[in-house]
Design a protein around this ligand. Structure first.
Ligand SMILES: [Zn+2]
Length: 279
């Protein structure tokens, strides 16, 4: 099935920017093959961050949605109105290199193609998982956050793997390189939580968002992926070597279960992270 892209630029958005967004979105669609995909994807291009923020606020209020702040990301996707929508803001990406924005567009289009159904946004908390959570100090609210962070990492792993399979892995390499170029916020978070077992698990789940896709690129032999892996180790040098090793091993184990359904992989991943006593 062909997927149509509908671009909705705000007033004042530069025409050249709109043309590039269209081009980068098409690069993915042209290569997607016979994948079952939504009939259309809309891309909202916002001029200023304020506009994007008030849109999100209004939609959440109207639809009763309670999720965190999305405006930190370079681009976002959701399907609150029944079809995938991507949001990108010209002001937010004005100092970001074009190759990185291209990687972001590829990434978000892939999410829209693969993760548009409720299966990827709802999760059943088994008794076994809740019990394991309680043992390490995670109540249901913290466990939910942990599952959310791991689901983001797992979805990103799937997206990067798929994009590499269709020949667009290099853009993801650029995007990951950009993402790990500044880890100051994460370092600060780690400093605050590392002595506290429960939030410490959440921080580790957060770090997997870049490790899993990097390991995907390495295992698929994308050129320069090993270099990015070393850059990651350097960027996160404030994590001990033991923790770094464990995180990469964890990523490896997760990858070996690629054929299992998403929910099962997510549950296994969560269980392993929270029940690992040495972390
Ligand atoms: Zn993503």
């Amino acid at each position: 099935m062909t997927t149509r892209i509908i671009i909705l630029p705000c007033e004042g958005v530069k025409r050249e920017f709109v043309a590039k967004v269209q081009l980068w979105a098409n690069e993915v669609l042209e290569k997607k093959g016979p994948l079952a995909a939504p009939a259309f994807i809309s891309i909202n291009i916002w001029k200023r961050m304020g506009e994007l923020q008030s849109f999100y606020q209004q939609e959440k209020q109207e639809l009763g949605i309670a999720t965190g702040e999305e405006t930190d990301f370079l681009a976002t996707h959701e399907a609150w109105r029944g079809h995938p929508r991507i949001h990108i803001c010209q002001e937010r990406v004005k100092d970001v290199p074009a190759v990185v924005i291209q990687g972001v567009l590829h990434h978000e289009i892939s999410h829209a193609l693969h993760h548009g159904t409720p299966e990827f946004y709802t999760f059943r908390y088994s008794t076994k998982l809740q019990e394991a959570g309680r043992i390490c100090g995670l109540d249901l609210a913290l466990l939910q956050q942990c599952v959310y962070l791991l689901s983001v990492a797992l979805k990103d792993y799937d997206v990067v793997t798929w994009l590499t399979d269709i020949g667009l892995g290099v853009g993801q390499l650029r995007l990951l390189e950009y993402m790990i170029s500044d880890t100051e916020d994460e370092r600060r978070i780690w400093e605050v939580v590392c002595a506290n077992p429960a939030p410490r698990k959440l921080a580790l789940a957060l770090f997997l968002k870049t490790i899993l896709p990097i390991e995907a690129l390495v295992s698929l032999s994308v050129e320069k992926a090993e270099i990015i892996k070393n850059q990651w180790k350097e960027a996160y040098r404030w994590l001990s070597a033991t923790i770094q090793e464990w995180l990469f091993l964890f990523a490896h184990n997760t990858m070996s279960c690629r054929d299992k359904p998403f929910q099962k992989r997510l549950e296994n991943m969560t269980f392993k992270l929270i029940s690992e006593a040495s972390l």
